[in-house]
Design a protein around this ligand. Structure first.
Ligand SMILES: [Zn+2]
Ligand SMILES: [Zn+2]
Length: 161
């Protein structure tokens, strides 16, 4: 018979169960039954996290890179938008496009992190263009509405399916 293992979280407890992901022994109290077998609490949490849109590090990096691209490319785009009619609607569409781009870069996970990154990336070009006005105390409603809609659209693009 195999040597009894000891739970990695409770070294004094003997067990014959080990985690399906990392192989560490776990006692009956620590084991978590998941769709893909018995897991340790750490890995059970991770696999639950993956289902709720937690990005892997490389996906997170790609999302951040995409968002930097969006923020930089967005400045001239937002500048042109402000000169066009229907700024508000085009901004919302552009925000949705930016959010989708970042969502794809992040492996289409969506979720809170992707939303925050997309919202920031979308807000930056608007803030850069609006800053002189805002600092000068002149308050122009239309570009502000355009920014809010673009930001919301970017967030919506990263909602979880
Ligand atoms: Zn494990
Ligand atoms: Zn244990």
């Amino acid at each position: 018979m195999a040597e009894p293992m000891h739970c990695y979280r409770h070294p004094k407890r003997e067990t014959r169960v080990s985690c399906a992901t990392c192989g560490r022994p776990i006692c009956t109290e620590c084991m978590v039954a998941t769709d893909v077998g018995i897991k340790c609490p750490d890995d059970a949490r991770l696999s639950r996290g993956a289902r709720t849109g937690v990005m892997k590090t490389n996906q997170l990096l790609k999302s951040i890179l995409a968002s930097v691209g969006v923020a930089v490319a967005g400045i001239p785009i937002a500048y042109v938008l402000f000169l066009l009619p229907l700024t508000v609607f085009i901004s919302a569409a552009a925000g949705y496009g930016a959010g989708t781009l970042i969502n794809r870069a992040g492996g289409r996970n969506g979720g809170p992190v992707a939303i925050v990154i997309s919202v920031l990336a979308t807000a930056i070009p608007f803030l850069v263009l609006l800053a002189p006005d805002l600092l000068a105390g002149s308050f122009n409603l239309r570009p502000l509405i355009a920014m809010v809609l673009a930001v919301i659209a970017a967030g919506v693009a990263n909602r979880q399916m």
